[in-house]
Design a protein around this ligand. Structure first.
Ligand code: ADP
Length: 583
């Protein structure tokens, strides 16, 4: 822009200077022309005067030339009679010269309308000449004075050269001044230009400060620019913040999240997705197909379906993760990223939920089976009684006793199921109170003493020096003790012993240990005996009135109090069940 302005002002200045030069050239040459004419007229008049005084032509001319010798101009004088014959010429042989009657200046002079003027090429001297002819009426002669045009223009040329130089100098100075003033005037524009460039490179903090207060347009422009920059900066900051928030949300989603394009390439994924599939991808640098990540064609199909159908699709899919096989609820929703169709995939791990579902349905199946067994027995006995056994009192009594045992088993089973489902549903026991655990242990020992004695087993409570105060629901802890001691009696042999020991550990947990000298448990069963309905010896357990839920109840109560249950056992030597509780 400055360049253009400079060029424009230079052109204007050049035209102005040329016009000024031309005008002065014309004025000077007009002045010079008049000067020369006046010179030639006065020289002619001097010659005429002398001719009139009867001084011979050659002398008159010589004198005149002498008189005008201070002037460097060369002068030619020609004297012609009114018939056009050349009488005298100081520079040529008059006898050789042709008739001059029709020379324009001479013709004009003869007409008697004052001096005749002409400028033309002289045939005699072969040069451009200026002629002035004057009539000397009393002698019927015409005195013509002339001089070469170039001679007359010599000083003029010098003068014009000087003017030209001055004008050139003026032009240079003016161009310089105009360039400087252009720069000065366009200063706000330059500042604006620099600021706009800075913004285009991402520096949104730039503002125009030195606004020319006197220059209204520049000030208004600067203010408009600054307010535009303010809004731009605000918008960019808002967008950046929003982007950051979205990125944080995206990154910290607990579920894997992926954006896939139409060709099935991953274009965005969060850290959870990278962790789950064990691939530290940067989709901005490497195109990575979804199928290589999930190892499942089904995810690709889901993406295609979502894009083509234009709606969200959910499907449960088994996928391979770094930690092994897992089941995901995959939700594919169509999205458009930069005008390209794609899909956003959310993967929700439902492996645990599925496992729980299976456990529940297995439990229902187990419960149904467990309930069916005593019921079938009861119905069998009842039918036998109806068929006639009822009429035989001793047989009837036996059958009724069997029915009683089965009914009791049923009752116990239902009771255990209820306890188990109750514990599973709560996460903290609401009926917590402070009590002495030792006292509770003693009470349980007394409660089960009859059963132990009947089996020929003795219960040994290893007493503590001081009471062990705990805070829990005593009914739950009692349940733990009863289940463990009952098992220690059941899976024991006559003469066997059951040791009960309690204590608080350094880590603050209360440990309850129930050790027996019974049958023990094979290592392969030890890990599974805490599962519901798991029994090492099913018929033995049934015969002993077990439900297969006792240890499962113990484990769940331990978990309710942020603890756990373990077993150490040697087949044929006995078992040591330990429960650790935060009570
Ligand atoms: P059950 O009602 O069958 O006793 P539990 O859940 O209490 O059910 O126990 C599960 C299984 O663990 C039992 O069937 C038994 O095989 C084994 N078991 C439990 N306690 C002992 C123990 N003290 N000694 C040996 N085996 C035991």
């Amino acid at each position: 822009m400055i360049k253009k302005l400079n060029m424009l002002t230079s052109a204007v200045l050049l035209i102005a200077i040329l016009t000024a030069g031309l005008a002065s050239f014309q004025a000077i040459s007009r002045f010079n022309d008049q000067n020369n004419r006046a010179y030639l007229i006065s020289a002619g008049q001097m010659i005429s005067q002398q001719l009139a005084d009867r001084i011979p032509a050659d002398r008159a001319v010589a004198r005149t030339l002498e008189a005008f010798s201070h002037n460097q101009k060369t002068l030619r004088a020609t004297i012609v009679d009114t018939r056009g014959n050349v009488v005298f010429d100081n520079e040529a042989d008059s006898s050789q010269m042709d008739n001059h009657l029709f020379r324009a200046e001479i013709a004009l002079a003869i007409k008697g309308e004052g001096p005749g003027f002409a400028i033309r090429r002289s045939n005699t001297l072969d040069t451009e000449m200026i002629y002035v002819a004057q009539l000397v009426p009393e002698l019927d002669l015409v005195v013509r004075t002339s001089m070469p045009v170039y001679t007359s223009q010599g000083p003029l040329r010098d003068m014009l050269l000087a003017i030209g130089l001055v004008l050139l100098l003026a032009l240079a100075v003016l161009i310089l001044i105009s360039a400087l003033s252009t720069r000065w005037i366009t200063r706000p524009l330059q500042a604006l230009n620099a600021a706009a460039r800075a913004i285009s490179t991402g520096d949104y903090t730039v503002r125009l400060h030195q606004l020319d207060q006197d220059d209204n347009e520049a000030a208004v422009l600067g203010e408009a620019f600054n307010s535009m920059a303010d809004r731009l900066q605000q918008t960019i900051t808002d967008l950046e913040e929003r982007n950051e928030r979205l990125a944080v949300i995206f990154e910290n989603m607990s579920d894997p999240l992926l954006v896939v394009n139409e060709t099935g390439a991953v274009i965005l994924l969060n850290s959870r997705a990278k962790a789950v599939f064990g691939r530290d991808l940067d989709p901005a640098r490497v195109t990575y197909p979804l199928v290589l990540l999930t190892h499942s064609e089904a995810t690709d199909a889901l993406v295609r379906q979502a894009i083509e159908g234009g709606q969200t699709i959910r499907r449960e899919l088994p996928l391979q993760t770094v930690t092994g096989a897992a089941v995901f609820l995959v939700i594919a929703s169509p999205v458009r990223t930069a005008d390209d169709p794609g899909a956003i995939l959310t993967l929700h791990d439902i492996t645990e939920m599925k496992r729980m579902q299976k456990l529940r349905s297995d439990f229902v199946a187990n419960v149904t089976h467990e309930l069916k067994t005593p019921l079938t027995s009861i119905r069998g006995f009842v039918e036998t009684l109806r068929a006639g056994a009822a009429r035989k009192p001793d047989v009837a009594d036996r059958f009724l006793a069997f029915i009683d045992i089965e009914a009791e088993r049923l009752h116990k089973l239902i009771q255990d199921i209820l306890i188990l489902s109750e514990i599973e549903e709560i996460h903290a026991d609401p009926h917590s109170q402070t009590f002495d655990l030792q006292t509770l242990v003693d009470a349980v020992a007394v409660l089960l003493d009859d059963a132990a004695s009947a089996a020929g087993i003795s219960i040994v409570v290893e007493e503590n020096d001081s009471p062990l105060t705990v805070s829990a629901n005593p009914d739950r802890i009692k349940q733990v003790l009863i289940n463990l001691v009952d098992n220690a009696i059941k899976y024991n042999q006559p003469g066997g012993k059951v040791y009960i020991q309690t204590g608080r550990q350094d880590n603050g947990l209360v440990a309850i240990s129930v050790r027996d000298t019974g049958v023990g448990i094979e290592p392969e069963h030890q890990a599974r005996i805490f599962e519901r309905f798991y029994r090492v010896d099913k018929s033995r357990s049934r015969d002993l009135g077990g439900t297969g839920l006792g240890l499962s109840i113990v484990k769940h109560i331990a978990q309710l109090y942020d603890g756990y249950a373990t077993v150490e056992s040697k087949p044929g030597q006995g078992s040591d069940f330990q429960v650790f509780l935060k009570i």
